[in-house]
Design a protein around this ligand. Sequence first.
Ligand code: AVI
Length: 324
Amino acid sequence: MATAMARKKDAIHYHELHRPAESMADEVQAGLSQTQKRLPPKLFYDRKGSELFDVITRLPEYYPTRTELGLLRCHAPEMALQLGRDSILLELGSGSSLKIRLLLEAVRPRIYVPMDISRGHLIDSAQQLARDYPWLTVHAACVDYTKPWDIPDFGPGRYNAFFPGSSIGNFEPASAVQLLQRVGQLVGHGGGLLIGVDLKKDVAILENAYNDTRGVTADFNLNMLAHINRRLGADFDPGNFTHKAIYNDRLGRIEMHLECTKDHCVRINGNAYRFRSGETIHTENSYKYSTEEFHALAARADFAPVRVWADQAGLFSIHYLEAL
Ligand code: AVI
């Protein structure tokens, strides 16, 4: 584990483990140069995108968040028993740090480490959490966990990871295995992972969740273009694109795209990219896993299943796994 510069930011320790400028231009260039244009989903999450995502999580059509929250509320004591007390608890993609609130009193970790790519959102949420739980030591880490990453050295102790929201579904299965392997290294042999996983289900329920009637998911998808404009001085006109989300049954995933509505050119960092009407930029996959499929995936990363909690309608699952 690497040590990192920590500084007190109000009531929290803050670790900058992410070097954003270094790769964004390269990633955008690589993604838009492919026959099927692509942009990585992490580019959704500037401050506005994080706020839009928070709105999505409260939409009637978007069942994952409220179902996962229901599971956490119902089963927090059992989950806490698995995690044990006084651990060093890492949270991947902590966002607003809302879900962890349902576990904190039961788990009473020694140190809580929220990790997220959206710096401003991370710091605000971590500070609020530290104010609300004065007994808790909070080390917020700005990190891009889609890349190899390390955490500060918090010394000996039991390490657990919390990875809610089915964000694991936003990774290609091979990358999901790599990420879980990394988590396994961070928590060490016998360390725990509590992870939310969206289940396979009726296609209409899935597609409605990503095509809400208020158009918030569309705004979230289109905001990626505004984010790239601001960060890289690009000249995307979001008005030339529309949101599209469909379930790919063969691959077991929701696909989000931005569909171009007219032929035009976009300039980014001195490069020009041609867009034809009807072509799409593939912005996100959200894989859905049955319990058996997820166990098989986790096994490839040397995690053994210990417990699974799911709602009665079979919409969402939370797994507790142990690193071998
Ligand atoms: C963050 N992630 C789990 C969300 C999902 O459902 O795949 C992102 C999202 N995209 C559109 N709506 C929500």
